[in-house]
Design a protein around this ligand. Structure first.
Ligand code: ZN
Length: 185
């Protein structure tokens, strides 16, 4: 399980391992936490007390320090696993549900015809539909999009990037995900 790292204002920054979180705890870099501790890391014996050092890791940690103003204004980077997760593994043309290995990044306006490689021009398609559409626009191919592309918000991007997300983390992130998002199901 990973730890959700926030800046001090509560904006998500990244997923880190419990071990990386422990370094933040040990250097007193954590301003506040959310959720019940889900992991305990044990260190060496402390000579003065004879007790083993122990760090409790919380699912969400906010780190001290300046807020990076640029990072969260950028659109999340486009990557196939996140694209397929945004579109819930469903082909936009036939509506079939596929394993991620059988999906492709489909450019609605083909790149060869000036379409860009962006969240708004990319959609999830199965190999068969992608092949059938080829180098055409959907209307030229007589194919209709069953759902529309959108740019994920910062909070949604963290969900799309997460591997196994704890319920505390999901609750926190979903609270800030816009209603139009498919993650609300
Ligand atoms: Zn398909």
């Amino acid at each position: 399980m990973d730890v959700l790292q926030l800046d001090i204002s509560g904006r998500p920054q990244s997923w880190i391992t419990p071990r990386e979180a422990a370094v933040l705890y040990a250097s007193d870099s954590i301003a506040w936490t959310l959720g019940d501790a889900f992991h305990v890391l044990r260190g060496g014996m402390q000579r003065s007390t004879g007790l083993q050092s122990r760090i409790e890791v919380h699912p969400i940690v906010a780190v001290r320090g300046a807020i990076p103003t640029r990072a969260w204004r950028q659109a999340p980077t486009l990557a196939n696993p996140k694209l397929f997760a945004r579109d819930r593994g469903i082909c936009a043309y036939c509506g079939g549900h596929f394993h991620f290995d059988d999906l492709t990044r489909e450019h609605i306006v083909p790149v060869s015809r000036g379409g860009d490689d962006s969240w708004m021009n990319c959609i999830t398609a199965c190999r068969a539909c992608n092949g059938q559409k080829g180098n055409r626009l959907p209307e030229e191919a007589g194919m209709t999009l069953l759902y529309l592309p959108y740019v994920p918000s910062l909070h949604e991007d963290m969900i799309l990037r997460g591997r196994r997300i704890l319920s505390d983390q999901m609750e926190f992130l979903l609270a800030s995900v816009p209603r139009h998002s498919r993650l609300h199901g």
